[in-house]
Design a binder for this molecule. Structure first.
Ligand code: AHR
Length: 510
């Protein structure tokens, strides 16, 4: 294979000698950026499901089987590959049988983790799996282990996936669905070190083995992708135990959860923050690089053939709730800071695509780093939504290795890498390069050699705004939006690209 090398020079504007060479080359090993890295997460939490995605069949808001049409259409435009449901912490309190059958007969339940509200179970398994079909997204069912039984769990699998005659599939038919749904992704509990049961990893590994054994047969002919509840942030011991104690024939993925915040006990406002708070948030966001590197190294030790995936099934920014809203509902605004978290994190996942094969942004609508916010019949798309839309070009493309030393973003005597980059190549040959400049103050200039890789034309889009705190509101829904990127000067096969402060740019070769 012809080795193709692109040289990109990165200069820090106003700095004299801060040039960095960037190389983007043909890979020596073909690694696909799984589309499932671009997954989402919808929990029964606050207004994510009820009064968010689901408004009920009788709502005046246009809907299909109770799910808002505007949300379906917005999510479809992201090509969302998978959707995780029903939790989160909620998952280990959820008894699926309460959410099937005639809605009027369903029992209520108290959502004890999130606001203590009583739910009527009107959004259940059929509603969720039909929604996934409408979206063209694969369902990722996080099933109850913490307060369930192996029997309840295996009956769930039979209800959802069994094509033939059986007690559960017959019940599914009675409830209006003949064909089974296609569900490969199964989470075996959630955060078992905490809300899932406060277990030690050693104990959970045994519990996992028991559940996974009864999910399918000896050879997993059902083709299930079973995900073990994973580590909290840098709990490397957890990953070590999962990889050491669970036979490889019983596991396809190990999860990891890590959120970005100012300080866990002093999260600060989502939209009203200063540069110090921004810097701290980006420190926790960029820690994802170290986390996936170290968790992957442990996985490499036990699984050199790279069969088990690292599944980052909860990530995103977490701040204080908006004033006047239920503290248990985790409703927060979404600014350019969140766009920085999204762009930088997705670059990390892309660059670690060999091990990170799935990830889920928390959460889809009205909760934490949401892509969509709603108020009555109104709906807005957040800066994070726009980043996901720009980055969808990387889904299932071949990863192109990027090597460079980033210029630094300095604040108060501390530093962070300012620029992050990932690149991929589509089957069509089109190359996409996503660049993020998290620097709150400085523009950075990138020099890209076009001659080397024979691109005739380079086009791009950008997401930026005047202030880091800028966000979309129901009154001004398009304050932050994707624009065509024009800050490129082409001279003799070289492109000089200016990355404004706090901006996300995606370039495409033609
Ligand atoms: O996403 C919100 C919560 O964060 C989830 O329910 C839980 O898994 C995590 O702690």
């Amino acid at each position: 294979m012809k080795v193709m090398t692109w040289i990109i020079g990165v200069f820090v504007s106003m700095a004299v000698s801060a040039q960095t060479t960037v190389t983007i080359s043909e890979p020596s090993e073909k690694v696909t950026i799984s589309k499932h890295i671009y997954g989402h997460f919808a929990e029964h939490l606050g207004r994510c499901i009820y009064d968010g995605i689901y408004v009920g069949e009788n709502s005046a808001i246009p809907n299909t089987d109770g799910v808002r049409n505007d949300i379906i259409s917005a999510l479809k435009q992201l090509d969302i590959p998978n959707l995780r449901w029903p939790g989160g912490c909620f998952a280990d309190t959820y008894h699926w049988k309460d959410g099937v059958g005639p809605k009027k007969d369903r029992p209520t339940m108290v959502n004890r983790w999130w606001g203590g509200v009583t739910e009527d179970n009107s959004f259940g398994t059929h509603d969720f799996l039909n929604l996934c079909e409408q979206l063209g997204a694969e369902p990722y069912l996080a099933a109850n282990v913490g307060s369930s039984t192996v029997q309840e769990f295996t009956e769930y699998i039979q209800y959802v996936t069994h094509p033939g005659k059986s007690p559960m599939s017959d019940w599914r038919r009675e409830n209006g669905r003949d064909k089974p749904w296609e569900v490969s992704f199964w989470g075996v509990g959630n955060e078992m070190w905490g809300c899932g049961g406060n277990m030690t990893p050693e104990h959970y590994a045994d519990v996992y083995r028991q559940y996974a054994t009864f999910m399918t047969d000896w050879s997993n002919t059902d083709g299930f992708f079973r995900v073990a509840s994973g580590a909290n942030v840098d709990d490397y011991h957890w990953t070590e135990v999962m990889m050491r104690d669970i036979p490889k024939s019983l596991i396809e993925g190990v999860a990891l959860h890590s959120y970005s915040f100012v300080e866990w006990n002093e999260k600060g406002s989502a939209a009203d923050f200063d540069e110090a708070q921004y810097f701290s948030t980006m420190q926790t966001a960029l820690k994802m690089e170290e986390l996936v590197t170290k968790h992957s190294a442990i996985m490499d030790k036990y699984d050199p053939q790279n069969k088990v995936a690292l599944v980052v099934d909860e990530w995103g920014g977490w701040y204080e709730v908006e004033e006047g809203t239920n503290p248990g509902f985790l409703y927060q605004q979404n600014t350019m800071r969140d766009a920085m978290i999204a762009g930088a994190t997705l670059n990390i996942f892309n660059n670690h695509a060999k091990r990170v094969k799935m990830a889920n942004l928390a959460q889809t609508v009205n909760v934490l780093q949401a892509v969509i916010l709603t108020e009555g019949e109104k709906m807005i798309l957040t800066p994070t939504y726009h980043v996901l839309k720009m980055y969808k070009v990387h889904q299932d493309a071949i990863l192109l290795p990027v090597k460079f030393e980033s210029p630094t973003y300095k604040f108060n005597g501390e530093t962070l890498p300012a620029v992050s980059i990932s690149a991929s190549k589509k089957e069509s040959g089109a190359v996409h390069i996503s660049l993020v400049n998290i620097d709150a103050q400085k523009e950075h200039i990138i020099n890209l050699s076009m001659e080397e890789f024979g691109a005739k034309k380079l086009t791009g889009t950008i997401l930026t705004s005047n202030n880091l705190q800028d966000h979309n509101t129901f009154e001004a829904p398009e304050k932050v939006k994707i624009k065509a990127f024009s800050k490129m000067k082409i001279k003799k096969g070289q492109v000089e690209i200016s990355l404004p402060p706090f901006s996300v740019v995606v370039l495409q070769t033609e």
